[in-house]
Design a binder for this molecule. Structure first.
Ligand code: ADP
Length: 345
């Protein structure tokens, strides 16, 4: 009764308590039994009705309004059509539950927004930091050339080439940033067609041949995999994924080592794995590897012209295909990236 107080219960308890006091007074005054009983009955009924009325008008009706407002507010966010409030059901308990619920949701929403804010700030900081270096060196070379180096045959071409390299770096960064913002906004339309992933791999190997040779890396297709594997996906987007993963495998792989690609039939999907024999990635870095601008080896990444956005773009593309990507690595043995694509029917 005390745990679940309705207006009736509270009025009943209070009137009973007051009637006991009145009963004591009448008993003390030696009132006749009939007067005593009728007086008690009258007092109890009157006080019960008064309390009930007061509680209902001054407290419960107001609580019901608050409760209804909270509910209405929540329902506009969910589905107003299916919403009905039973105002006669234990309003205090309901208000309590609703307020607790609301507070919990609000605090979750606030911590989510705070996290987003941190991401945004970090992202802006990273973008500025990444752009700063090539912009400064571009400015430096141009100013030196304008200050007279332009007419010095021994350095002018070198400086111009270096300035062009910085401009290329800015260009790759801006392109990757544009690409990532398009992928994140969901405005990319995938051209889902049927094609052979093994054939595309041969094309990519051809285009990366020079890079592989200059890093003394051999590009191979795993034994038994050099045959058609038909998938349903956006060919150009997957070209970008395979190129990025193969380029990474060449850059971070072992000098005079191998980069091998394998295809595996996994029922509804084809699993594609790119393995290198490089230094590998320590366990603690693996969970953050697909974050924007996350780098394990900063200087090696920059030397190879990496923007630090490649894997983030790769992950977005695979997720846009509703597929998954993962990485496993053993230090001093190598790294393997694997992703799935839907098998063509
Ligand atoms: P980047 O442009 O720096 O290559 P990515 O997003 O492609 O950017 O890769 C992020 C980081 O992950 C790289 O800087 C590198 O430290 C690490 N990484 C990626 N692929 C490999 C690999 N095959 N072996 C070792 N480290 C790798």
């Amino acid at each position: 009764m005390i745990r679940n107080p309705t207006p009736q219960r509270i009025s009943l308890l209070t009137s009973a308590a007051l009637s006991t006091v009145v009963c004591g007074i009448l008993f003390f005054l030696h009132a006749p039994v009939l007067d005593f009983l009728s007086c008690l009955f009258l007092f109890f009924s009157l006080s019960y009705l008064t309390f009930l009325y007061a509680l209902d008008v001054f407290i419960y009706r107001k609580i019901k309004i608050i409760y209804k407002n909270i509910h209405d507010f929540k329902v506009t966010k969910i589905n107003r059509k299916n919403f009905q409030v039973d105002l006669d059901m234990d309003p205090i308990k309901r208000v309590n539950d609703e307020v607790m619920d609301w507070a919990r949701n609000q605090s979750q929403e606030i911590s989510f927004l705070k996290q987003q804010e941190v991401f945004r700030r970090d992202f802006l900081g990273n973008v500025s930091h990444e752009l700063k270096t090539p912009v400064f060196s571009l400015q430096g070379y141009i100013e030196t050339l304008l200050d007279g180096a332009l007419y010095d045959e021994t350095v002018n071409e070198v400086f111009l080439k270096k300035a062009a390299k910085s401009a290329d770096r800015i260009n790759s960064l801006v392109n990757d940033l544009l690409e990532i913002s398009q992928l994140e906004s969901g405005s990319v339309n995938l051209q889902m067609i049927k094609w052979d992933v093994c054939e595309l791999t041969h094309e990519i190997f051809e285009s990366l041949e020079t890079q592989a040779v200059s890093n003394s890396v051999e590009l191979t297709i795993k034994e038994g995999c050099d045959k058609p594997f038909m998938v349903m996906a956006d060919r150009e987007k997957i070209r970008q994924v395979l190129t990025n993963l193969t380029q990474n495998a060449i850059n971070y792989g072992k000098n005079k080592g191998k980069v091998s690609i394998g295809f595996y039939d996994m029922d509804a999907n084809i699993l594609i794995e790119i393995a290198d024999e490089g230094e590998g990635i320590a366990k603690e870095h693996l969970p953050r590897l697909f974050e924007r601008f996350y780098r394990v080896d900063r200087s090696r990444s920059r030397d190879s012209g990496g923007t630090g956005l490649g894997l983030a773009i790769v992950k977005h593309i695979i997720e846009a295909h509703q597929q998954t990507i993962n990485v496993r690595s053993t230090l001093r043995q190598g790294t393997t990236f694997g992703f799935t694509l839907a098998k063509a029917k």
